[in-house]
Design a protein around this ligand. Structure first.
Ligand code: NAD
Length: 386
C-alpha cells in the first residue's frame, strides 16, 4: 500500500457522493473506494480510477460483510449512503428512511474494527426541533436547537440517532467521528425527477418543462412562503473536506445562510430562464417545516469559512445542467419520460401509487429503486458461489 491512503465513500452513486469522489481523486496519494447499492449503470457519476463496488451484492452497506471489506486498510470513511429524497419522499417513506440506521450502524462498526483514522457522517438539518421552525420568518437554527429532540419524523429521527451513535462510538471506542448537518444541497448531477428530487431541481425542471411545452404555468408545493436556504454542491464538498481535517467533534451546520422563500427561488429560476410563469399553489402537497435557515456562527468560528456561492449563481449552473438532461431525454425519444415534468409526483415505499411507475415485480430484485431492504423479504439476494 505504501504511503497511499484509502478513502471510502458510500452512497457513491448518488449526488453528493459523486462530487466528493471527484474532489478526493484530485488529492495526490489518495485512493478512493466507492460503494453504492445501485448498479453502476445508475450511478450519477462514475470514475474509472476509483475502486467501484456497485449493486446489491457488493455495494449494499446494510450488509456488515460488505462494510468490513470496504473499511479494510482504509484511512478515512465518508458515510453518505442513505435512502432519502425531498419532502415528497421523506414524508411518505418514514420506515425506509429509518432503515438507513442499518447502513450507519454497520459502517461505524466496521470502521471502528478496521481502525480507520476518521469517520464522516452526513447528518441533516432535519434533526432540528420542529417547534423551532413554525414561522417562515425563522431565526436561523444553531446547533443546540436540535434539543430537546423533536426532529422530522422518520428521516430526522434516524439522523439524530446516528449522530448520537457517532458521538458514543467516539467517546467509548475512540474512533474519530465528524458530523455535518447539511442544509438542502443542490447542483448539477443531482436527482431532478422521479419523486426523490428536492425543491431547487424540481423548480428548475418545471420551469424548463413549461418553456418547452408552451404551457406557461408552474405548480408550487405549499403557498410559496415557506423559507429555506440552499447550499451549492461545491460548497458542500469543500465543507466536508474542511470538517474532516478539523478538530470539530460535535455536529456542525453545513449550509448556506442566504435564506429565501420558495417564491423567491422560483423568481431566480424564472430569471435564469428568461420567462415569467403563472403560479399554481398545491396546498395539500408535502411542504415540510414553515421556515429553516442555517446559523453559521459555529462553522465560521471553527473553520474560518462558510458556504458562499450565491443562490443565483448556483441555480444558473443547475438550471443549465437540468436543461441539457431534459432535452437529451427528449432527444432519446423518451417523450413519455418528459411528459408530466411540469408537476411533481411522490413515491410511497412498497405501496403502489397509481401513476408513479411502481412495478410489482421489482419489489425484491430492484431494492435500491423501491427501497425494500434486501434480504428482509422472502427473496434474499444470493451471493454468487455462496
Ligand atoms: P442521493 O440519494 O443522491 O445519494 C444517496 C446514495 O446512497 C444513493 O445513490 C443510494 O443508492 C445510496 N444508498 C442507499 N442505500 C444504500 C445502501 N444500503 N448501501 C449503499 N448505498 C446506498 O443523496 P445525496 O443528496 O447525495 O445525499 C447524501 C447524504 O447526505 C445522505 O446521507 C443524505 O441523507 C445526506 N443529506 C443530503 C442532503 C441534500 O440536500 N442532498 C441534505 C441533508 C443530508
Amino acid at each position: 500500500m505504501g504511503t497511499e491512503k484509502i478513502a471510502v465513500v458510500t452512497g457513491a452513486g448518488g449526488f453528493i457522493g459523486g462530487h466528493l469522489i471527484s474532489s478526493l481523486l484530485r488529492i495526490p496519494g489518495v485512493r478512493v473506494r466507492a460503494a453504492d447499492i445501485k448498479p453502476l449503470a445508475d450511478w450519477y457519476q462514475v470514475f474509472d480510477d476509483a475502486e467501484n463496488h456497485a449493486g446489491a451484492l457488493d455495494g449494499d452497506v446494510r450488509d456488515f460483510a460488505v462494510c468490513r471489506e470496504l473499511c479494510s486498510e482504509a484511512s478515512d470513511v465518508y458515510q453518505l449512503a442513505a435512502d432519502m429524497g425531498g419532502m415528497g419522499f421523506i414524508e411518505n417513506n418514514k420506515a425506509l428512511c429509518m432503515l438507513s440506521v442499518l447502513t450507519n450502524t454497520h459502517m461505524l462498526l466496521a470502521a471502528q474494527e478496521a481502525g480507520v483514522g476518521r469517520f464522516f457522517f452526513s447528518s441533516s438539518a432535519c434533526v432540528y426541533n420542529a417547534e423551532k421552525q413554525l414561522d417562515p420568518d425563522v431565526t436561523a437554527l444553531a446547533e443546540a436547537d436540535a434539543y430537546p429532540a423533536l426532529p422530522e419524523d422518520g428521516y430526522g429521527w434516524e439522523k439524530l440517532f446516528s449522530e448520537r451513535m457517532c458521538r458514543h462510538f467516539r467517546e467509548d471506542f475512540g474512533i474519530q467521528t465528524r458530523v455535518a448537518r447539511f442544509h438542502n444541497v443542490y447542483g448539477p448531477h443531482g436527482t431532478w425527477y422521479g419523486g426523490r428530487e428536492k425543491a431547487p431541481a424540481a423548480i428548475c425542471r418545471k420551469v424548463i418543462a413549461a418553456k418547452a411545452s408552451g404551457d406557461h404555468t408552474i405548480e408550487i408545493w405549499g403557498d410559496g412562503h415557506q423559507t429555506r436556504s440552499f447550499m451549492f454542491i461545491d460548497d458542500c464538498v469543500l465543507g466536508i473536506r474542511k470538517l474532516m481535517d478539523s478538530t470539530v467533534l460535535e455536529p456542525i451546520n453545513l449550509g448556506s445562510s442566504e435564506m429565501v422563500t420558495i417564491n423567491q427561488l422560483v423568481d431566480i429560476a424564472e430569471d435564469v430562464a428568461g420567462i415569467k410563469l403563472e403560479r399554481r399553489y398545491k396546498l395539500d402537497a408535502p411542504r415540510g417545516v414553515a421556515g429553516r435557515n442555517s446559523d453559521n456562527t459555529k462553522i465560521k468560528r471553527h473553520l474560518g469559512w462558510e458556504p458562499s456561492t450565491s443562490l443565483r449563481d448556483g441555480i444558473a449552473a443547475t438550471y443549465r445542467w437540468i436543461e441539457q438532461e431534459f432535452h437529451a431525454l427528449g432527444a432519446q425519444g423518451s417523450n413519455a419520460a418528459i411528459q408530466g415534468m411540469g408537476t411533481s409526483s411522490f413515491s410511497h415505499g412498497a405501496k403502489a401509487i397509481p401513476g408513479d411507475g411502481f412495478l410489482a415485480e421489482s419489489r425484491f430484485l430492484d431494492t435500491w429503486r423501491q427501497g425494500i431492504p434486501a434480504g428482509y423479504g422472502s427473496h434474499p439476494p444470493v451471493r454468487a458461489g455462496g
